[in-house]
Design a protein around this ligand. Structure first.
Ligand code: HEM
Length: 456
């Protein structure tokens, strides 16, 4: 209690202004207070004195020097301490490199785009005959249908379905409010799903090792690496990596990519001018194409989709899916000059003591009117002539620095492929708009329901 009420005794400098809140729970109640999708949570707003995008990118740049990724213990329990998220330095670098073979741009170009095209085309065709459908669920299912076999390709259909169900159970509703009565029940369910998914992956790995068959999937890549003399992988880390990719792609925030796609389509439905321009761009690609039966190619995606990329950037900016990221100060970090402490918004001359946790909230940059004029307006044209990469100082939906999202290119490509098939083949009508709150993680309170019919 003494240390709690006198936090300055633990600081070799001057602590930033603020309150420690109540003992044990701190200011958690305010942190979880819900707000609208296009709002900065009051927890951040009340602590904002200034917003500086340079500061956040500086925190990302200092990864492993002054700061290190550090999520609350409950995250480590749920995802397992061996997984990619919680590794640091060289081990993290190596795991990242392996993962990029699957979902980095080379992997996407060589293998993934074809499967994405096929799964998206088939899913939309089926949905067109079905009537009204939930768009987020449809995108989430189609991703699982082609990505899970790329992780482990020789599973029996029923084992694959079981594995997808376990991935699905990993929603992070438990992080939305630790005070809700159902939270602990959900954590129990997630831990059970994790155990069962790991068991299935373990059995697949054992069989593969015994048979020595090659299937050209991600499990093969990891096993080859594991057999090298200086490999960082053992069975436990291989199982964990397969688990985390499956889980992130299928289920975190009920699958980030499908949430982003649903929000994008919702925004398009309310902005006919943007939709018309998008149709024009995709129509031009179809017209230019020599083989009329061909699917969307990597080259078309890369070189003929400037406006589509502007739409994706704008949707990602507004949806702010990576709403808060946690870092721990590895040493006392002094805040000098005018800059520092990004979203914690400190004036000058303070010290973050070693071991303290910093919450980085990119949403504050995304909704900053000094960076984005009328920040709450959906205006893809604001990106005209600007940098359209996934991670810049002013667009941090995918984080930044050495920890930036490994799935960023994958998510963008899947969003593009979905848009392409939707606008070139169908007309759509929104039956129910989606609604979301932030606590501060985004959460759908109403799903986006649409109807599609082939364009005449
Ligand atoms: C629109 C979709 C997505 C968004 C907004 C998103 C957001 C993020 C953010 C903000 C981080 C950084 C976390 C931090 O620095 O603390 C991250 C990391 C990560 N993401 Fe994503 N993500 C998306 C899609 C995906 C997909 C589809 C995958 C996998 C297939 C994926 C896999 C990962 C992994 C493995 C990491 C950890 C990277 C590392 O620590 O090196 N993400 N993501």
């Amino acid at each position: 209690l003494y240390r709690w009420s006198n936090p300055n005794v633990r600081c070799n400098g001057k602590l930033p202004p603020g309150s420690m809140g109540f003992p044990i729970i701190g200011e958690t109640i305010e942190y979880f207070k819900p707000c609208e999708l296009l709002e900065i949570p009051s927890f951040f707003q009340n602590r904002m004195q200034r917003s500086d995008s340079n500061v956040i990118s500086e925190i990302f740049r200092q990864e492993n020097q002054s700061f290190e990724l550090s999520y609350p213990d409950v995250f480590v329990r749920v995802f397992g301490k061996d997984n990619l998220f919680f590794q640091t330095r060289n081990i993290h670098k190596h795991i990242r490199k392996s993962t990029m073979q699957l979902i980095g741009s080379e992997g996407l170009k060589r293998k993934m785009i074809q499967s994405m095209n096929q799964a998206t085309r088939e899913q939309l065709k089926w949905k067109a005959s079905e009537g009204t459908f939930d768009l987020r669920d449809a995108v989430s299912s189609l991703i699982a249908s082609y990505l899970t076999p790329k992780l482990i390709s020789n599973l029996k259909p029923e084992t694959q379905a079981e594995l997808i169900d376990h991935f699905k159970a990993f929603n992070i509703d438990w992080f939305r409010s630790p005070f809700a009565p159902f939270t602990w029940k959900i954590i129990y369910k997630v831990l059970k799903a994790r155990r069962e998914a790991m068991q299935l992956i373990k059995e697949a790995l054992k069989k593969r090792k015994e048979s020595r068959e090659k299937h050209g999937d991600f499990l093969d890549t990891l096993l080859e690496d594991m057999e090298k003399e200086d490999s960082i992988y053992d069975e436990a880390s291989v199982i964990n990596l397969l688990l985390i990719i499956g889980v992130v792609s299928k289920s975190i925030v009920s699958d980030t990519t499908s949430v982003a796609t649903a929000l994008m389509v919702n925004l398009l439905s309310k902005n006919p001018k943007v939709l018309a321009e998008l149709k024009r761009e995709h129509g031009a690609i179809l017209q230019k194409r020599k083989d009329k039966e061909a699917e969307l190619s990597w080259e078309e995606y890369k070189y003929n989709m400037t406006f589509t990329n502007m739409v994706i950037n704008e949707s990602l900016r507004l949806s702010n899916l990576g709403s808060i990221l946690f870092r721990k100060a590895l040493k006392d970090v002094e805040i000098k000059g005018e800059l520092f402490m990004g979203t914690i918004f400190l004036p000058t001359g303070y010290t973050i003591p070693a071991g303290w946790i910093v919450g980085v909230a990119p949403s504050v940059v995304h909704y900053n009117s000094e960076i984005y004029e009328n920040p709450l307006e959906f205006n893809p044209w604001r990106w005209e002539g600007k940098d359209l990469r996934s991670v810049t100082k002013t667009l941090m939906v995918f984080g930044g620095g050495t920890r930036q999202c490994v799935g960023a290119d994958f998510a963008r490509l899947q969003m593009t492929v979905f848009l392409y098939h939707l606008v070139t083949t169908y007309d759509f009508v929104v039956v129910q708009e989606c609604e979301m709150t932030r606590t501060p993680l985004p959460c759908f309170t109403k799903d986006l329901l649409i109807n599609i019919s082939p364009t005449l």
